[in-house]
Design a protein around this ligand. Structure first.
Ligand code: G3P
Length: 220
């Protein structure tokens, strides 16, 4: 897999609605200019608009483990796909799933044709979810999320432990995220064996997201 930067827009005001469209276009421009693999994950309500305006992959930040039918107020995987999503984040620290729901979500995503990036807050959880065979696993220590010290600097061992535990079960690309702010954070992660990174505040809340994303891409 080509190393990837996944920009998670979360529900930041700079990453939703009109601002999300602008940010998505910046991410697309940087991807085109640099030839790097940049994916964006956006709020479900913004998927249709954004995916019709940019050519880089657009992921959902969440889905619910349901098929079409009598469900109210849930995010139907087929609708996400039909509206342009290519994949989804699952089990983010800010959106934890019960294990049975996670297993079912991955299963349904495979049937529908959505890629899955499953987050894990430690290497044991990562090892457990590897048996569900998601497309990618992302290790993100919750205490570092949104901060200024990156996972690759503060906890390099969590990345290497996760890779070796996951690989006992299946060959699944492991990404990492939390506190990623500069090219050296990205480079360290890649040198440790990660196949990419997830980033949110370092881009979405940056004073100059274009410059910040170009900086990160250099570490890929
Ligand atoms: O999904 C990525 C995210 O949780 C990392 O957040 O703000 O530390 O880059 P941040």
């Amino acid at each position: 897999m080509k190393p990837v930067i996944i920009v998670n827009f979360k529900a930041y005001k700079e990453g939703t609605g009109k601002e999300a469209v602008e940010l998505a276009k910046i991410c697309e421009m940087v991807a085109l200019e640099t030839g790097k693999n940049i994916v964006i994950a956006v709020e479900e309500v913004d998927i249709h608009k954004i995916s019709s305006l940019v050519k880089i992959p657009v992921y959902s930040e969440h889905l619910d483990p349901i098929y079409s039918g009598a469900h109210t107020g849930q995010n139907l995987p087929k609708a996400l796909k039909d509206n342009g999503a290519e994949g989804t984040i699952l089990n983010h620290s800010e959106d934890r799933f019960r294990i049975d729901q996670l297993e079912e979500s991955i299963k349904i995503a495979k049937v529908i044709g959505l890629k899955t990036v499953v987050c894990a807050n430690d290497s044991n959880i990562a090892e457990a979810v590897a048996s569900f065979k998601p497309d990618m696993i992302a290790i993100e220590p919750p205490e570092l999320i949104g901060g200024d010290i990156s996972v690759s600097t503060a906890k390099p061992e969590i990345i290497t432990d996760t890779i070796s535990k996951v690989n006992k079960t299946a060959i699944i690309p492991v990404l990492c995220g939390a506190g990623i702010k500069n090219r050296s954070d990205v480079k360290k992660a890649i040198d440790l064996g990660a196949k990419g990174i997830l980033v949110a505040s370092g881009i979405v809340k940056a004073s100059n997201p274009e410059e910040s994303l170009k900086e990160l891409v250099e570490g890929l």
